[in-house]
Design a protein around this ligand. Structure first.
Ligand SMILES: [Ca+2]
Length: 192
């Protein structure tokens, strides 16, 4: 962490990325959402955020190419302490999602985001309705608060799904500017 020595598997628009399964130490390992996030943060990175269609397509292509069944992203439902009394986040299933890595809101889940040609959320899932559907809540009252990309799990191609955060998946990590800037500011002259 102190020098942000990190795996640089590929580079896109100013950020380095890696896929956990491509590192010897994490090969065939899976992580719950928080452990996955912490893994990335040890490298001055965070779980991947998919703010643009271009970046989303890039990650979708790599999932397809490597035959990856599912991954975690930094997407999170704002359903914890501090999110209450936020009328702008209601209804939660449409407006309550954000990229935790960069603290920016995710466009309403039922619409095609500006600049995109498709809605990345799956139109089906466990309940055969559009995502996010919070399906696990009906089964065991666990909220589906984390955003996963699933590869054709519901015969729906590669698409976004809300999933309960305790499930274990490999992760794509992406440079986190906040962590990199912090380390840069406290280590004059360092090359990251
Ligand atoms: Ca779901």
């Amino acid at each position: 962490m102190s020098v942000c020595r990190r795996p640089k598997e590929f580079f896109f628009k100013g950020h380095n990325y890696f896929f956990s399964d491509h590192l010897v130490e994490f090969k065939d390992k899976k992580f719950d959402w928080l452990d996955g996030r912490n893994l990335c943060r040890e490298y001055c990175m965070d779980l991947v955020s998919l703010e643009t269609q271009e970046e989303n397509n890039l990650i979708f292509r790599l999932i397809l190419k490597n035959d990856v069944p599912y991954i975690w992203t930094s997407g999170r439902l704002c359903d914890f302490k501090g999110c209450e009394n936020r009328t702008d986040l209601e209804p939660k299933n449409l407006n309550g999602w954000f990229w935790s890595a960069i603290r920016s809101k995710i466009f309403p889940t039922n619409r095609i985001p500006p600049g995109w040609t498709y809605n990345p959320w799956s139109q089906t899932g466990h309940k055969k309705i559009a995502q996010p559907d919070n399906a696990e809540f009906d089964i065991n009252t666990t909220t589906e608060s984390c955003l996963a990309v699933l590869n054709n799990v519901y015969n729906d191609g590669i698409a976004w799904h809300d999933v309960a955060c305790y499930h274990e998946k490999p992760v794509f990590c992406e440079d986190n500017e906040e962590l990199l800037n912090y380390v840069a500011s406290t280590n004059p002259g360092i090359r990251l």
